[in-house]
Design a protein around this ligand. Sequence first.
Ligand SMILES: [Zn+2]
Ligand SMILES: [Zn+2]
Length: 158
Amino acid sequence: MTTSKPKRKTPRGAQINRCPDCNKFVPLELEVEEEAVDVEAKSDIGNDGVQGTVISGTIRAILKCGECGTELAEASLDVEIEDSITHNIAVGGDVGEGEHDLSLSSDVTESDTTKGKGRFAPHLYGYSLTGTVSCECGAETPVESTEYEQASGFESLN
Ligand SMILES: [Zn+2]
Ligand SMILES: [Zn+2]
């Protein structure tokens, strides 16, 4: 064992699905975890009630051994959704035209696909986010986003 082991990039997917605990090639299981995904105002509220918003954060995607659950590789996927919301400034009552508090409720699920067609099409792993930006004035707007990373873009944990 050397302490200065050079950091090696995982070669083309091939080794990611080899589980050190099962000591064989195994099916992969994807799991995603949401890390600090939140919404912020990007601009002031316009006269028409429209305000730019940006949703940002990170989703951690983990590829696990489908047989024993050992974590084999991980990738950090960015969330960045630029959107807008139309506030109810006319009916906002005491909220008025000042600062409105935005909040995000979101659901992140595992998503995978293949890039192109054919036997050797690379497998892509990622997330699908659906949610709603809502405001204290009652305004609501749906958001969604999907991102993928190739297995070869994941960092091996073993
Ligand atoms: Zn295993
Ligand atoms: Zn509002």
